[in-house]
Design a protein around this ligand. Sequence first.
Ligand code: NM2
Length: 540
Amino acid sequence: MKTRLIDWPTFIISFVVILGVVIPLIIFPEAGSELVGQLNDFVSHRFGFLYLLMGLAIFFFLIFVAFSQNGQVKLGEEEEPPEFSTPAWAGMLFSAGIGSSILYWGTIEWAFYYQGPPFGIDPTESQLETIQWASTYGIFHWGPIAWAIYALPAVPMSYFFYVRKKPIIKISETLRPLLKGYADTMIGKIIDVLFIFGLLGGAGTTLALGTPLISRGISDLTGFPDDMLLRTIVLLVVTVIFAISAYVGLKEGIKRLSNLNLGLSIVLLIIVLVTGPTLFILETTTNSIGLILDNFFHMSTWTEPFAMVQGIEETGFPEAWTVFYWAWWLVYAPFVGLFIARISRGRTIRQVIIGSMVYGSIGCLLFFGIMGNFGLFLQLSGEYDVVNMLNEQGAPAAVIAIINQLPFSSVMVAIFVFLSVVFLATTFDSSSYILASVTQKRLEGDEPLRWNRMFWAFTICLLPLTLMYLGGLETLQTASIVGGFPLIFIMFLIAWSFMKTSTRDLIIDEQYEPKTIILDMKNIREKLKRRRKKKPNDEE
Ligand code: NM2
């Protein structure tokens, strides 16, 4: 084992912090859960507005960068082609950033909004409005702002790695221009550890949602009871699959699994679109796009401030949904950013930004538009009472019940379950790959050490598994969302650090000429004259 490559302080502190949170939760589950719950209420109620402002600010910042000179910088040498083809690149970034949660929320999120709509709408009085928002809000929560949160860390990380040729991709490294020598001290380590802790909790949330979904599907197919034993087996099998993929490495394992993921997703979506209510799906999805564009600012800043004036009780919608989602995307962002950076050699910064935001949002739109509206159709047409199933037996049961309404239902459930496994695996193999990279001083060859990849693969699975048994998994998720709070400020710092460094580099390299287009009017006039001779009515 080449232990000299390991960044021991970061490695050990991360592990100790993780154990420091998990072990008390195992010993004092109730007190722990209460404390973490209170902290969460505090953060999401007091600082909910800050999350919303952060989302909007990141979105506009990246659009600005994409179209500024800083966005034209290429990540790599002049002649170098992109390392991965655009479809492979888009597929990998989608598969890494999106786990099985999209199958879960994409199919069922509408049913939550259907019962608890936003904007203080009364679901019994304004049914049409309720339905419209139910089919739309999920697309917003998985849309361009969310993807901008993912893309932000990718920009400085890839800049520092490919342009400034720093040997490692770490958050602390992107902050070096601001932190200076402090990047190598405890401050730098704490920043890296914060991200590792956040990712562990974000991944815990993913597993907590994905495992019951898969086990419900398997139980439906095989008749085995959907109990703890089945869930444990599911979790272990998934762990082994993604551990193998991480072991094989980025080029082979992760890319192959990601291709499988995309291929299967397309098959599932096409089948549901064609055999389901095609026109309804197309119309509602189109309608949602318009609704989001019309209400983009309202949705991204709605904090529910006037409930008491309206004489109604607060619904808690912004905290439970938009703020929670932004926080969840945020704890995943440094990891996905690192991963996007890792696969973006040879692209420009603009391509990275626009590519992640556009491909990512379109991918999510397809899932929410097709799977979600299929479920909504079942409800509205009276073919199947999804909401009742959700309220009686919970979300995993309701999702599987929706898939069961498709023709060849068993085959469809089998495809759905298999796809959930692959989606989980593709998110987790890249997480362990990245965790391993971050806990190393440098990479040898291009990849982090194998045993290090395996170590993180098992850590991010086994800890949530333990907590799942003890009922503390929810607490860990909440803890990580709360623990991710400082990331808001770190995001601000890395954006600043990137602008400062890249603008200075552009100036030093004398690339500050604004790219203005100067029209050659003489030439244009002459051409127009020639044309007028041919067509006498043409105006100048
Ligand atoms: N996000 C995209 O569980 C998953 O699908 C991983 C979740 C942050 C909501 C990411």
